[in-house]
Write a protein that binds this ligand. Structure first.
Ligand code: SF4
Ligand code: ZN
Length: 113
């Protein structure tokens, strides 16, 4: 369960508004669009990746207190699909050719003996 950033009471992760204090938690009323909020007197842009690489063109920059695109620059980079779905080397071996190599090795051993 997550908690409301204003009243600190328990809310469901998909809640659009806090049922207790009515704080807006999702942007545009869409449960999948998180509305990030700055804490205290800080601005989100101070720790945002798009501020650091100068690619943000939002009008609220550099003093955004709420933003839907905020990316924390200190967050660990997301894993690529290749890292998530990594296939071990032994599963990449073609079974036919592996069988042929084993057959040749066994044939050579039998011939030598
Ligand atoms: S994406 Fe949002 S938080 Fe990030 S720099 Fe732009 S306005 Fe600021
Ligand atoms: Zn609340």
């Amino acid at each position: 369960m997550t908690t409301c950033p204003r009243c600190d009471r328990t809310i469901t992760p998909t809640a659009i508004n806090c049922p207790h204090c009515q704080l807006v938690l999702k942007a545009h009323g869409h449960p999948g669009m998180t509305l990030h909020r700055a804490k205290g007197e800080t601005f989100l842009c101070d720790t945002c990746t798009y501020e650091a690489d100068d690619t943000c063109n939002f009008p609220k920059r550099p003093t955004a207190k709420t933003c839907t695109l905020y990316q924390n620059i200190n967050a660990l980079p997301e894993k690529s699909a290749k890292e998530i779905y990594a296939v071990p080397w032994w599963r990449k071996i073609n079974k036919f050719w592996a069988g042929m190599i084993v057959l040749v090795i066994v044939s050579v051993i039998i011939t030598v003996l």
